[in-house]
Design a protein around this ligand. Structure first.
Ligand SMILES: [Zn+2]
Length: 282
């Protein structure tokens, strides 16, 4: 089983030093929490940069896995670009994951479950999208998740050609940073329903492609990128937005010319691209 980056080793109690071991365990957990919170603030500030315009006001959210039991996510309604420590909430993963197995739940029930998932009762309410963050962070190798309403991406996702943006590629670097294909999610009500649809579509993508997606696009809504590092989440977001901007320009002069399946597969499997990805930490 994969262990998340930075997850502490299990500390076994020792008869004569039990108190010391417990103290050390708590101190290591506090260090880990601080380290993860700082990483999440870094990612959030990048995703919410004014000059990028990917997320304005309370749009978008971001999360980081702490261990198999909990994760940190942006609190509801906060601004990504200026996110502060007190606007980050630690949530219990299993509590939210079990909600995804329910056939349906009222808005009030989802609201109560979000509040109950907080590790600290003093924390703010987590974003309603904490539900899909809980699922995506449970996937092997996923430590960070980012979600924005990037304008060029949404220019396509709010058009009749949204699905094409998910399944086709126009440039080699789009393949390198965003993968050979993205998961496509037709418009779905945000919250529990959206998290359930994302889980189902990601599972069938994994079954068909034999790998996990780097990018999930949501019709009439926005984009999610995921990965093992902050760099991977940002690279996929940046390249998806750049590709979308080029897509829109190409659409104004006759339409984009897509790479063939063979061309996409060749880029995805080239050894020099694997080395480049490692060098970029993505
Ligand atoms: Zn959104």
């Amino acid at each position: 089983m994969l262990r998340a980056e930075g997850e502490p080793d299990r500390i076994s109690p020792h008869a004569s030093h039990g108190r010391w071991v417990n103290w050390e365990g708590r101190s290591r957990m506090a260090d880990l929490l601080n380290e993860k919170r700082d990483a999440l603030l870094n990612l959030s500030h990048e995703l919410g940069r004014d000059d990028r315009g990917w997320s304005i006001l309370g749009e978008g959210n971001a999360s980081v896995r702490i261990d198999s039991e909990s994760f940190l996510v942006k609190a509801s309604g906060c601004n990504l670009g200026t996110l502060r420590k007190d606007q980050v909430v630690q949530c219990k993963s299993l509590q939210l994951l079990s909600l995804l197995d329910r056939r349906s739940a009222t808005d009030q029930e989802v609201n109560s479950a979000l509040l109950a998932s907080r590790v600290s009762g003093d924390a703010r309410k987590p974003s309603v999208e904490a539900l899909f963050h809980a699922y995506l962070l449970s996937l092997p190798g996923v430590t960070f998740v980012g979600h924005t309403h990037a304008p060029s991406v949404n220019g396509i996702l709010c058009s009749t050609r949204a699905r094409e943006f998910a399944v086709k590629r126009i440039m080699p670097d789009e393949v390198v940073c965003c993968g050979s294909e993205s998961v496509y999610i037709p418009y779905t009500d945000p919250g529990l329903k959206l998290a359930q649809v994302i889980r189902k579509a990601t599972e069938s993508f994994h079954k068909r492609m034999k790998l996990l997606p780097r990018v999930i696009v949501l019709q009439n809504h926005g984009i999610i990128t995921l990965g093992g590092t902050i760099e991977a989440v940002l690279a996929a977001m940046m390249m998806a937005e750049k590709s979308a901007a080029i897509w829109l320009k190409a659409a104004s002069i006759g339409g984009p010319v897509f790479m063939s399946k063979e061309q996409v597969n060749r880029i995805a499997s080239r050894p020099d691209e694997v080395v480049r990805k490692r060098a970029m930490n993505i």
